[in-house]
Design a binder for this molecule. Structure first.
Ligand SMILES: [Zn+2]
Length: 153
């Protein structure tokens, strides 16, 4: 996948088993790994890859939740579906509606579970929280002094 090699195979193997996530380790025990990330471009690249994978999973599962909610809300308003069900499939309108609602609810449950799993098993929340805090700090630094003095310390 990448041409670079880890500078310390032992540390590299440990990091790989954690999917390059050291956010769960005590800060005093983290030092060696932080230093390894600073020295090793291979592990740094792998860490970046795994975190973007986590963020992608969060985005995809959130979108799934959103789309199923949207589908369920749309079902209440759609009349053409009744036409399709009645004329093309020869189905009872009520059956068709029940089928769509069941599918929508099942999909919603499944995507909520998937999102919960992604948020609990990956360091994505910590990672995204870190990015948000970083952005907030940057914005705060750009504010004019008159507004900065109003901010709570
Ligand atoms: Zn390494």
């Amino acid at each position: 996948m990448s041409k670079t090699q880890c500078t310390d195979r032992v540390v590299g193997a440990i990091l790989a088993s954690w999917r390059y996530d050291i956010s769960g380790i005590y800060p005093e025990m983290r030092k060696d790994y932080v230093q390894h990330f600073a020295e090793c471009p291979h592990c740094r690249a792998r860490q970046k890859f795994h975190r973007s994978l986590d963020v992608t999973l969060v985005v995809l599962t959130s979108l799934a939740v959103f789309f199923f909610l949207f589908a369920l809300s749309v079902l209440h308003h759609i009349k053409p579906l009744e036409h399709v069900a009645f004329n093309i499939f020869g189905l009872d309108i009520f059956d068709m509606y029940q089928m769509f609602v069941s599918a929508g609810v099942a999909g919603l449950c499944f995507s909520v579970i998937a999102l919960a799993l992604v948020l609990t098993t990956t360091p994505a929340p910590t990672y995204l929280g870190g990015i948000a805090a970083e952005r907030a700090k940057l914005l705060e630094d750009r504010l004019p002094e008159s507004i900065k003095s109003l901010l709570p310390r």
